[in-house]
Design a protein around this ligand. Structure first.
Ligand code: BEZ
Length: 252
């Protein structure tokens, strides 16, 4: 099976996933950015939170693996560059590395941490939020079941890394970080539309392995199986998000 990666359409992303940046403010608060700080926004997407950091007076470099998202961020006037978070090329130039809702797409967590550490000045901080253990578990299970029923190996289709707080703390410490904050936060999240919009935005790695007829069938099956679990009494789809939020520093 050839690799199937997620595609990022900035307009579709803003429509179906604009809440990602809106709900990202607590991790900005944990970062506590100071005017003039040099910050790396790792996995910046369309740059919505990068803009907030710039507005707070920070000098921000933004990177993301998606050329389409980076183009959008550049159109907003941001200093943004295509770079895979598992291959960061920076030396020790940043006061902080910040990341929201991106690290769970980078299954090479060791390569990420090595690159973040290289990018930080002595005493620099790494403050981020990603999907934690149990994140979107009902949706993930439905996707895995739907593709497996159509002959696709769910393990090779599954693109996500949702670590436990214990395992991520141990990983940070193994790279010399000192962990000041580590919290697993269940955050049921109302979606702006139905589950189809979420699947269209985030389900490529599973669904693009199917031909178009199989894909339509799989989406119906997923929608029907999730409706009783994820649609609330007001008819709103609520996804079972779980965040892992942390702050760590490298030695001075
Ligand atoms: C998340 O932000 O937790 C997430 C978003 C899309 C797919 C998987 C996880």
């Amino acid at each position: 099976m050839t690799a199937v990666t997620q595609t990022w359409d900035p307009d579709r992303y803003r429509k179906n996933a604009g809440f990602v940046a809106e709900l990202g403010m607590p991790v900005v608060d944990l970062l506590a950015p100071k005017p003039g700080e040099r910050i790396l926004d790792l996995g910046c997407g369309d740059g919505a939170l990068t803009q907030k950091l710039v507005a707070l007076g920070c000098n921000v470099k933004a990177v993301d693996a998606s050329p389409d998202q980076i183009r959008k961020a550049q159109e907003e006037g941001l200093d943004a560059e295509v770079m895979n978070g598992q291959d960061l090329t920076f030396g020790p130039e940043f006061d902080a590395v910040f990341s929201n809702a991106a690290l769970h797409w980078m299954t090479g967590a060791d390569a990420v941490l090595a690159g973040v550490k290289r990018a930080l000045k002595p005493g620099g901080r790494f403050v981020a939020e990603l999907g934690g253990a149990g994140n979107v578990q009902t949706i993930r299970t439905a996707l895995r079941v739907a593709v497996a029923a159509r002959g696709v190996d769910p393990d090779s289709a599954d693109p996500w890394y949702f670590p436990t707080p214990e395992s991520y703390r141990a990983k940070l410490e193994s790279y010399g970080f000192s962990v000041a904050h580590m919290e697993l936060i269940p955050r049921p999240t109302p979606l702006p539309g139905d589950i189809d919009g979420w699947l269209a935005s985030f389900g490529d790695s599973f669904l693009m392995r199917l031909d178009i007829a199989q894909r339509d069938e799989a989406i119906s099956q997923i929608r029907d199986s999730l409706r009783p679990m994820l649609v609330n009494e007001d008819g709103i789809w609520v996804a079972d998000y779980v965040r892992l939020r942390f702050a760590a520093t490298v030695p001075v």
